[in-house]
Write a protein that binds this ligand. Sequence first.
Ligand SMILES: *Cc1c(COP(=O)(O)O)cnc(C)c1O
Length: 388
Amino acid sequence: MKTDTKLTHIGRGDETLDVRPVNPTIMRASTILFKNHEAWQACRKARETQRVLSYGARGTATNFELEKLICELEGGYRAQLFPTGLASLAMVLLNYASVGAHFIITDAIYGPVRSICDNFLNKIGVDIDFIKADASDIEEKIKPNTKLILCESPGSILYEIIDLPRLCKIAHAHNIPVAIDSTYSSSYLLSPIKFGVDIVVVAATKYLSGHSDVTMGIVVINEKEWANFNKLPEIFGFTASPDDAYLVLRGIRTLGVRLKAHEKNAKEIVEFLQTRDEIKTIFYPALKSHHNHEIFMRDHNGANGMVTIEFKDGINKDEAIKFVDNLNLFSIGASWGGYESLATVTVPPRTATDWSDRGPFVRFHIGLEDSGDLIEDLKQALNKINKG
Ligand SMILES: *Cc1c(COP(=O)(O)O)cnc(C)c1O
């Protein structure tokens, strides 16, 4: 099955029924009942290795349908739902944490991961090195006690691209598992596991749900690392609501068409932005001028609707804020991946490289509105900028 067919056909509930609805039903539960003690015991045994209904917090049939679909899309062994994307990342980090362990994290990692490091991992004695966003300096940063490499590609805010097959080859030669935050690609634009990645995290909050009305994270793992990760959500009592799983299942059916529409609109807007002299740099990985564009084209099935611009010298942060305030169709808001356009003035958090003299930056999420309307809106707001 090709991806678009999987999106349509997998995770639709019990297909053995003679009469059934198109979509899976929402199964809400805490307590699950068993007809006798033997059935209860059998279930306890089975759940050690299989997805079976045993207790609400371990997921119900609705959650399992979504896990099945994402697992198929990513080509993993197992998937596990979490209440947020950030919780998924925290669990992956925690799974490899121990006193004296060393983690390598790429510089363009989702910003709040840094606070997991500063507020928790550092305190329990995990040593963390941030490396270049494109991971080109990976070899010199590996230590004998490196237990995990966490990367993000395309990276947050500036969409830095990592050569994943290269990174995985180096990591595996040292027996280090590689995890990726693949929210940009959202189980559609990239297949990290095919390139050797062991653990894939996707914030379903973004394109998978697609309608800005749910938060959820998903971890997809290969068989080797699953053995390790398996017990963690249960130990910590992490779960995701079946209602939310239903919403993501509902949103994901149109993931393919939505992503293509976001990409088409984003490309038209990038073309327009290229004509404007207020802008110094456009960050969009499908642009030839983007760093590691060839690797992006080699490995990805397309780009999404995220575009970041850097204003030229002389346009200060106040002007960037005024520009965003003057937009009518772009709302100001964090998160992205819904149907609507967003714009925020932002600073990319980086430590392995120095961006302190760059910017101001504005990050857009290009939504599904008419691109001509969006361009008109950008035009009027750009025209009001005082160019200094
Ligand atoms: C939004 C986002 C997350 C976190 O998802 P939440 O569900 O909001 O916690 C993680 N990684 C990336 C790249 C994101 O953009």
